[in-house]
Design a protein around this ligand. Sequence first.
Ligand SMILES: Nc1ncnc2c1ncn2[C@@H]1O[C@H](COP(=O)(O)OP(=O)(O)OP(=O)(O)O)[C@@H](O)[C@H]1O
Ligand SMILES: [Mg+2]
Length: 480
Amino acid sequence: MHTEHTVLLISADGRVHDEVAKALEVDPGYRLILCQSEAAAAARLNEIEAHLIICDADLITDLAANVLVDARISHPQVARVLLGSAESPEHCAQVARRAATYLYVLKPVPPDLIRLLAKRALELSELSRRHRVLSRELKISMDDDIFVESEEFSVKGGWSQFEKLVYVSAKMAELCAQAKQAAQTELPVLIQGETGTGKELLARAIHFNSKRMNSPMHVQNCGGMSDDTLHSELFGHVRGAFTGAISDRLGLFRAADGGTVFLDEISEISPSFQVSLLRFLQEGEVKPLGSDRLSHADVRVIAASNRPLYELVERGEFRRDLYYRLKGFELDIPALRERPEDVPALTQFFIEKYAGVVGRRVVGITKDALEKLEAYAYPGNVRELETEIRRMVAIAEQGGYIAARHLSPAFERVRTRKDDRLGFVAEGDSLKAMVESLEKHVVASSLQRNHWNQSKAADELGLSRVGLANKIKRYGLQDA
Ligand SMILES: Nc1ncnc2c1ncn2[C@@H]1O[C@H](COP(=O)(O)OP(=O)(O)OP(=O)(O)O)[C@@H](O)[C@H]1O
Ligand SMILES: [Mg+2]
C-alpha cells in the first residue's frame, strides 16, 4: 500500500462516510480514516500522521472548543476543510471562521469537488509547511551573529517517520520496513524492546497501516492481573460468573472484532492463561467466563514485551508453542543507546512538539547540550529523552536556545569527548610516561562513553578490536 496523504473524516453520518470514501478511493494515494466523534478524531491525531481533516459541521456543537479549533493549535500542519448542511449555512460559516478552516462547502458535495478540495487543501498545507521550515532556518541564521554561547544545531536532512515514530538510523529504517510488511499480513506480531522504546507507538502504526485501520485497536495490559480478571477483560464473562459479575461483559476480543488487540507485557501471563490465548490464536474461539457457548472473533493480535520472550521459553517459563504463534513477525526495537544517530532528530522533533504546546517558541538547542544528550545511556529510552526535552523547553528563556545549563543532573554529569580532553593533566616524568597516561585516559573515556561496547570504542579510536583489547590489557582497564 502506498499512501501519500492521510485524510481524517469526522462525521457521524454514514452517508457522508460513503460519499467521501467513494470520491477519494479512486486515488490510491489517499488513506481515509473514519471517525464517528470528536473524541475519536482527537485520539487518531495522536496516533497517526494525518494531512487533512474533513469535518462534518453537524457534529460540532461548541463553537469555541471543538476538534478543529484544537487541531489548529496542536497540529497546525494538518489542513482543515468543513462540510456543512444546506439547512444551516450560518452554523457552518461560523465554525469555519472560528477554526480557520481552508474552506467550507455545503452538502451534498459532488465527488469531483471533494477531490479538488482535498487536493487544494493539501497543496496549501504543504506550502505553509515549507514556509515554516524556511522561516525557521532564516531565523536561525539571522541569530547567528548575536548568539555567542555556542553553535546551534539543526537537523538539516530532516528525519523519516512511520506514523508517529521518528527516526534516521538504519536500524530503525529496517525495523519500520519490516513493520510495514507485517501490517499487510494477518499474522500476529511480537514487539520486543526495553521500556520507552516505542513499542505501543509501533503497534498503533501497524494497526493504522493494515486493512483493519477503520476498526478499533484495543489495548490490554497483561501485567499484574489475576487470571480471572484478564480472562474476563479479554474473553468476557456472563452475569454471575463470579462475585461482582452483575452483568454480561463482551470482552476485548469481541469488542475489537475486525480490528486489533494489543497485548502489552505479554511475558506476565500465567501458564493457564497461556493455554487460553493459544487456543484463541489457533481457532479464533472466544469462551466467556461462566459460559459454555463458544463464539468467534476476528482480531489481529499484536503483543509486546520488554523482556525477551525467547529467554523465558528457554527457562521453561513461557510456552514455546505460544511463543511461535505470537511471533508471526518479531520486531525488536533497539534501545536508544544503540542508535545514538536518532538522538538529534528526536531532540529536534520533541523541541518542535513542546515549543508549540507551551507557547514559548524555543528556537533550538546548543551544540554542547546536544552532545550531552547524545552521549547519555538512556535507561528509559525515548520516553526519557522526551521527558527531558519537555522539561527543558518549559524552563528555557522565551525565544532562546536550550543550553547545557538547562539539563537535569543525570544529563549534566555525562562526559563528552570534549570534556574528556579538557580536564586532563598528563602524569609521569618522561615524555613516554606522559604520552602513555594520555593514551590510557583516552581509551578509558572512550570505553566509558560507549558503555563498554568494544567495537564502537575501537571504531571511535581508529583501532582494530584486537588493538583495543591489547590496550585494555596493558592498562588494566575494567568496566566499573
Ligand atoms: N521513535 C519515536 N519517535 C517519537 N516518539 C517516540 C519514539 N519512540 C518512543 N516515543 C515516545 O516515547 C514514549 C514511550 O513510547 P511507548 O509508550 O510506545 O513505549 P513502550 O515501549 O510501549 O514503553 P513501555 O515498555 O514502558 O510501555 C511515548 O511518549 C512515545 O510517543
Ligand atoms: Mg508500552
